[in-house]
Every structure is written in structure tokens, then in C-alpha cells.
Design a protein around this ligand. Structure first.
Ligand code: MN
Length: 178
């Protein structure tokens, strides 16, 4: 009763622990609602139709500058979407984070790639990469740009006939270890 009428806290020792617990709960709430988040300030970009077939979205992870040649992007391919044929002056590593994808170098078979798989395309090696026909695919793409800052040289689109040469992705487990 005295608590609500402004009695000094020192005269209410039994109340003090209860109030401290209340503050502890408050601090716990503050800790949980104030995570350290670095906000993303760059908008997702649609992949240009000159370079891609189908809908592709690109989030920039690292952009080259005067002091760095590193270019990194998180590239999101919708089902059936893929790059055109292209080369990279210093090669490229892709690392699949989601979904099921396909990739091929000129003259080689179409390979199925899955999360955790990493592919390195040699400097100048003509290739393409994209999603499987029925699956989304996201990969992290990393490369060092050329002397003029160019990340890639683009060629022809991958035709539907070229793309259709992929084996069904469900059959891939039987082909592992090739
Ligand atoms: Mn590439």
C-alpha cells in the first residue's frame, strides 16, 4: 500500500528485489530487440537480357575499386534461367547456396550443381551457368576483374536446344563420381 503512495524505497526492502527483477526483464528485452544489423543499402538488380535468358536477380556483395579487383555477387536464377555463353579474364568461382543448378564449359557435358558445390571456370574458358529447368538456383559468384575493370566478355545466348541437353536432375545421384 505504501509503495503506491510514494514511500521511500529504503523503507520497503521487500519490494526492492521484485523491482530489480522487473528491470532485469526489461534489459533482457532490450538485448533481444537491438541486434547489431548492418543494413543493406544496394537494391537488387535485374540481370540484363543481353547477358541472361529468363529472370535473374543480382545482389552485389563486393564491388571492385581502385584498391581491389574483387567482384562478388549473389545471383538468383529463376527456374530455367541461365547466363549467356561468356568468359572471365581472370576466371571465376561460383559457390551454390540454394536450389539446383546447371553449368557447362564449351565442349563439355552439362553438370548438375547443388548447394555447397563450387565450380572454378578458368580464365578465358567459355561457359554458362544457371538454374535447373524446375528449380531456383542461387550462387555466390566471385572473380577478379581484368585490367580495364571488365568482369566478363559476353557471347551468344544458350539456346533452348543446348539447355535441353541436360540430363534430368533426379538422375544425377547415379552419376556421381564420374
Ligand atoms: Mn561465369
Amino acid at each position: 500500500m505504501g509503495f503506491w503512495h510514494g514511500a521511500p524505497a529504503a523503507s520497503l526492502p521487500a519490494q526492492v528485489p521484485a523491482r530489480r527483477e522487473g528491470l532485469g526483464d526489461l534489459f533482457e528485452t532490450v538485448r533481444r530487440t537491438s541486434m547489431k544489423i548492418t543494413r543493406n543499402g544496394i537494391e537488387t538488380a535485374a540481370g540484363p537480357s543481353d547477358w541472361f535468358t529468363g529472370a535473374v536477380y543480382v545482389d552485389t556483395v563486393a564491388a571492385p575499386s581502385d584498391g581491389s579487383r574483387l567482384s562478388a555477387s549473389s545471383v538468383h536464377f529463376t527456374p530455367g534461367a541461365r547466363t549467356a555463353w561468356h568468359t572471365h579474364p581472370n576466371g571465376q568461382t561460383i559457390w551454390v547456396t540454394e536450389g539446383v543448378g546447371l553449368c557447362q564449359r564449351r565442349g563439355g557435358p552439362i553438370e548438375v550443381i547443388r548447394p555447397g558445390d563450387r565450380v572454378f571456370f578458368e580464365p578465358g574458358e567459355d561457359h554458362w551457368h544457371g538454374a535447373a529447368p524446375t528449380r531456383f538456383m542461387t550462387h555466390l559468384a566471385m572473380l577478379e576483374v581484368g585490367d580495364e575493370g571488365n568482369p566478363a566478355t559476353w557471347g551468344e545466348h544458350v539456346t533452348d536446344a543446348e539447355y535441353a541437353a541436360a540430363q534430368p536432375i533426379d538422375d544425377q545421384s547415379a552419376g556421381e563420381g564420374r
